[in-house]
Design a protein around this ligand. Sequence first.
Ligand code: NAI
Length: 463
Amino acid sequence: MKICCIGAGYVGGPTMAMIAKQCPDIPVHVVDLNQARIDAWNSDNLPIYEPGLDEVVKEARGRNLTFSTNVDEAIAEADMIFISVNTPTKTFGIGAGRAANLEFIEKCARQIAKVSKGHKIVVEKSTLPVRTAEAVKRILSSSGNGATFDVLSNPEFLAEGTAVEDLLDPDRVLIGGESPESIKALCDVYAHWIDRDRILTTNLWSSELSKLTANAFLAQRVSSINAISALCEATGADVDEVARAIGTDSRIGPKFLKASIGFGGSCFQKDILNLVYLCEHFGLREVAAYWEQVVIMNDHQKQRFSERIVKTLFNTVSDKKIAVWGFAFKKDTNDTRESAAIYVCRDLLRERARLTIYDPQVPEKSIRAELTAACSDMQGQISENDKRLIEQNVTVVSDCYEASKDAHAIAVLTEWDEFKELDFDRIFQAMQQPAFVFDGRNLLDHQKLSKVGFELHAIGKCR
Ligand code: NAI
């Protein structure tokens, strides 16, 4: 058995590293078109930050884990090919802003069809609209080399920031397919370290749809508690108390009830919009509207937060310095895709604030690129005004103290643990007075900070 994975991103890299670590008998070859990314996977400076990932990669790389750009060679040699390429929201044409762009999936399928000989198992690891396997099968069947294929769906449920933990000890592995032999071959890979009773098998379409559904349910919980946070702010209820009170109900459960500035990441919004598009495609208008509301609420939450900052700072942030703590979409990752921080920063910039941004893992280049993209239209055009604001009013610094010096306010946008351990007396002394903190993650010790002298504003809490 030889494995190849097309796509060395946040999913392909860690999942294949874990398979290689746990299955020393299986050669695993991860390929990507992006030479810089592959070079980084082959270096001491991995392209993605994930706690524990360095050790996993170091153990397997050079033994049975290879990273390269030799896509054709890797496909030709493999018995099992994982497709783990990006499936972003379409930005053009039919379904723009909603449908998944399957261009990269289709290109992979065509490449596999072109290069393969003999029999191959093709595994959809990317998150895909339900019934994509039908198209993948048709493309594969056009192979002129007499090759035969089985297609499996094996969506990935890891969460960034805890990818290694999640891969080591997943709640479940899901495999959808038609051929019992192919399903067994993939089960045997995972069974190297995961109990068989946690490997669920379904038909192809259930598996494809389960991933979209899982993300929709998770995001829905975030939007539900965030909707309640607005009501808490208006009434004097405390959203953390409400979350604890409802989370102890075993039917509800305590997880994913943390109010915040909103969910981010490359998946939740994209996958819900994709679900909305699918529902519309099948004429299910009310179902589409129901799920779309989860995204609408999330946008509202981000906007509500930046508006609260402006209102609290005496209705103007123009030329005020605001320290932004955190830019990644969550802690323990360097991923900024769809981070709520991007939109809060964009709104504050357009109010002419001066932003001093610090994130422990996100480089300046990524911050500027995300802000530029958020200020651009679908064609990538940005106004001169926005461009100037990003150039002149954004400074990226290397710690929270520097970010907060002379600032009028601090906005906590990512829940990095290190933010809890700072010298708040020192920070307070160095700030403009009154010194405001807007805790977009309800991360800090609010009582302690109030004692120091800060004026605190938190999500779902009245002042
Ligand atoms: P990513 O953008 O980090 O990585 C995708 C990689 O595929 C890129 O490096 C790109 O260069 C490469 N690629 C694209 N077309 C290629 C081709 N034809 N040949 C070779 N390489 C090619 O994306 P990420 O985050 O790893 O996501 C991949 C899929 O997994 C998506 O469908 C996503 O929805 C899904 N997913 C992502 C999760 C996450 O936490 N990021 C979690 C679970 C699923």
